[in-house]
Write a protein that binds this ligand. Structure first.
Ligand SMILES: [Cu+2]
Length: 165
């Protein structure tokens, strides 16, 4: 009959272990929504990856990697004189709870020295490295579908109101 005691002992153990890793709450995973990569044409050696990041407790994107590119950088668009140019930045701050958009014409993850052409329908694996306020680094794997070269951010749903079939 000693076995009948086990379930309550297990429940107690489970309750204790749930309260133990309190520090993990501060490194809640960054939400990555709608990741995508812009397709390339032949000979094109670089392209951009886009997504929306939201960090529940605040975080910083400090690094990105991908097996399809020899070099991966975090880029921003900035005016240089009269010309809009992109340049690498050491990281991208993600304020707590605020969505940060990586999109064409703005921040993006730059895939440089591509090892292969990327065509619509392909999937590109990305590894994102985030640094929390506690300086702990966490990596997050993302699968980003490749979209056509002229793809922009997803268009809002069109609703013309009168068409109910
Ligand atoms: Cu760039």
């Amino acid at each position: 009959m000693t076995l009948s005691l086990r379930p309550s002992a297990l429940a107690l153990w489970a309750a204790l272990s749930l309260t133990a890793p309190a520090a993990l709450a501060q490194t809640a995973p960054v939400q990555v929504s709608d990741p995508w990569v812009r397709a390339t044409v032949p000979q094109q050696k670089a392209t951009g990856a886009f997504m929306t990041l939201q960090a529940p407790a605040g975080s910083r994107l400090v690094e990105a990697r991908s097996p399809v590119a020899a070099v991966v950088e975090i880029h921003e668009m900035a005016m240089q004189g009269d010309v809009m140019r992109m340049r690498a930045v050491p990281g991208l701050d993600l304020p707590a709870g605020k969505p940060v958009a990586l999109k064409p014409g703005g921040y993006h993850v730059m895939l440089i020295d591509l090892k292969q052409a990327l065509k619509a329908g392909d999937t590109v694996p990305l590894t994102l490295v985030f640094e929390g306020a506690d300086k702990q680094r966490v990596t997050q794997a993302v699968s980003a579908p490749v979209r056509a070269l002229n793809a922009a951010a997803p268009a809002p749903a069109h609703d013309h109101g009168g068409h109910k079939h």
